[in-house]
Ligand binder design. Structure first.
Ligand code: AMP
Length: 543
């Protein structure tokens, strides 16, 4: 028997129209090169309507992919809604990609038009002649003094908006499974792969960010998304904020820790989100700002070291809340806030809970699987295997790439490429990326855990553990360590610090002291670069 409820599509037009009607007074602020600009939701909504007309006037086709190459700003948020609310697909381009990768993804996505920030023109305009499919390059003038090319393909965002009539009426997208946005994975191996979000997945994902045990985002919040809007749609937070009418504070191009902490202080930001590298850079400055308005600092994209979260707890009064996810999971899949069964735990044990990846959010199913036998493993907190995920905002296939057996199982689950344990209460602990595990004498060593322990040393800023090829053991751990300014430590100090904290056979064979851990375009440790630097001839599993 069927239920007798109305069948209404879950689409972004609903989110837009709701915000326009009831949150018109709420505010969207953007840091600019020479200050700050602020609009109300009502003003923003009117601009979204104008932008919708611009897309039609320029002849952008009905299901076009529309590229954005932009900072986190109010104007980027205009694209976030005008593009999908008119049935088109917003393709947020990662501004840190190399030229060849950029060219590849613009071509692969079939972008017809690209909106590019003036300051970012030098990174992408040189590709224009190699991208004949892109008919228009619309420059968003962010106040930089970069020269604007004199070329008929180049248009000005504000001029287009100024002459456009606002679209009149309600946006409609009939089918909730219509594509809304496209993000390519950072692709540490092989070509980047496109993840194509639908209206339905985006709305459901936004809704989950509003629930109390996840992020609990609400109308009273003032959200500062530091994670780039090209990285999994800033973790879906801009959509979630508009759904609940939260005030938004966008950092624009100013991503230095001091600028971000200044925004938090000045605008009494309540929730912010970014990768651990950003929060690490802010640690030395925490005492210089009033951060008392914050109720949540979200960290994810790579493991949040216990020492980092604790540094925030002591320096800013609140620890970092860790979340785990991937481009393929929209990304919110787990959140590590302590639950009632953790009540009564001491500070150290709670810090341990926060250093895990946490519990799956509602509607996401997880399992761990033995990669060899394919058998599902028990949730006992010790058995570890490949983490697989399933749910309404988890990719079923890649754009233009079909359903690839390395990425999806026969029964339609996503193979995350992460290795994890899950405890009896569903708390996930990531052990490693499949390809980063160190296999020594047939036994696995978790590089993530070893890094966490090394980073607990007060003189260590960052540590990345990689596998060093070894004749006897096949692989042994090697640590690449960045020391705090002025600190002097040798290999023996690191080993002495680790002794008693980890099993003896986990102690690294070599310690390389480096100036900086190389990072990928989304701010993760690039272990590939470290392996190439220190063990270029090493044949490593999955490398
Ligand atoms: P991306 O698709 O670029 O966001 O990368 C997703 C990958 O980042 C995951 O598969 C994990 O390996 C890693 N990752 C994301 N969040 C976390 C986290 N909280 N802890 C550890 N690794 C993470």
């Amino acid at each position: 028997m069927h239920g007798l409820m109305q069948d209404r599509p879950l689409t972004l037009p609903h989110v837009f129209h709701r915000a326009e009607r009831i949150f018109g007074h709420k505010s969207i602020l953007t840091a600019t090169v020479d200050g700050e600009s602020r609009v109300t939701y009502a003003q923003w909504a009117e601009r979204v309507r104008r932008l919708a007309t611009v897309l039609d006037t320029l002849g952008v086709s009905a299901e076009a992919r529309v590229g954005s190459f932009a900072w986190n700003t109010q104007r980027h948020l205009e694209l976030y809604f005008a593009v999908p609310c008119t049935g088109r697909v917003l393709h947020t381009l990662n501004i840190r990609l190399f030229a060849e990768q950029l060219q590849y993804i613009v071509e692969h996505a079939g972008d017809e038009i690209v909106f590019v920030e003036r300051s970012l023109l030098p990174l992408i305009w040189p590709l224009a002649d190699r991208l004949p499919g892109v008919r228009h390059w619309v420059v968003i003038d962010d106040g930089a003094d970069t020269e604007i090319p004199d070329d008929p393909r180049v248009l000005d965002y504000e001029q287009l908006l100024a002459v456009a009539e606002p679209f009149d009426g309600r946006f409609t997208v009939e089918d909730e499974d219509t594509a809304a946005a496209l993000c390519y994975t950072s692709g540490t191996t092989g070509n980047p792969k496109g993840v194509l979000y639908s209206h339905r997945s985006t709305v459901l994902h936004s809704l989950i960010s509003l629930t109390a045990d996840t992020l609990g985002l609400g109308e009273r919040d003032r959200l500062l998304p530091v994670v780039p809007m090209f990285h999994v749609n800033a973790w879906g937070l801009p959509y979630a904020a508009v759904l609940c009418g939260a005030d938004l504070v966008f950092p624009g191009p100013a991503m230095r820790p001091g600028a971000l902490l200044g925004l938090i202080q000045r605008h009494r930001v309540t929730v912010t989100a970014g990768v651990p590298t950003i929060w690490l850079g802010a640690v030395p400055l925490l005492g210089d700002y009033d951060l008392s308005s914050l109720r949540m600092v979200l960290g994810g994209g790579s493991a949040v070291p216990k020492s980092l979260s604790e540094a925030w707890r002591t320096g800013a009064g609140l620890p970092i809340t860790q979340a785990w996810g991937m481009t393929e999971t929209s990304p919110l899949a787990t959140v590590a806030s302590p639950r009632s069964h953790h009540d009564g735990l001491g500070a150290a044990a709670l810090a341990g809970v926060r250093a895990s990846q946490g519990q799956a959010v509602p509607l996401v199913d997880l399992r761990i699987v033995d990669p060899e036998s394919g058998a599902e493993l028990p949730w006992d907190g010790t058995a570890f295997g490949e983490l697989q995920a399933s749910g309404p905002w988890i990719a079923a296939a890649y754009f233009g790439g079909g359903s690839d057996a390395n990425s999806f199982t026969g029964d339609g689950w996503l193979r995350t490429g992460d290795v994890a344990t899950i405890d009896a209460k569903g708390f996930v602990r990531l052990v490693d990326r499949t390809k980063d595990l160190v296999k020594s004498g047939g036994e696995w060593i978790s590089s993530v855990e070893l890094e966490n322990e090394i980073m607990a040393h007060p003189d260590v800023v960052e540590a990345a553990v990689i596998a060093k090829p070894d004749e006897r053991w096949s692989e042994r751990p090697a640590a690449c360590v960045v020391l705090a300014e002025g600190a002097r430590l040798g290999t023996e100090d690191i080993v002495a610090h680790l002794t008693g904290r980890v099993a003896k056979w986990w102690l690294p064979d070599e310690v390389h002291f480096i100036d900086e851990v190389p990072k990928t375009s989304t701010g993760k440790f690039s272990k590939k670069a470290l392996r190439e630097r220190f063990y270029p001839s090493g044949v490593l599993p999955g490398a």
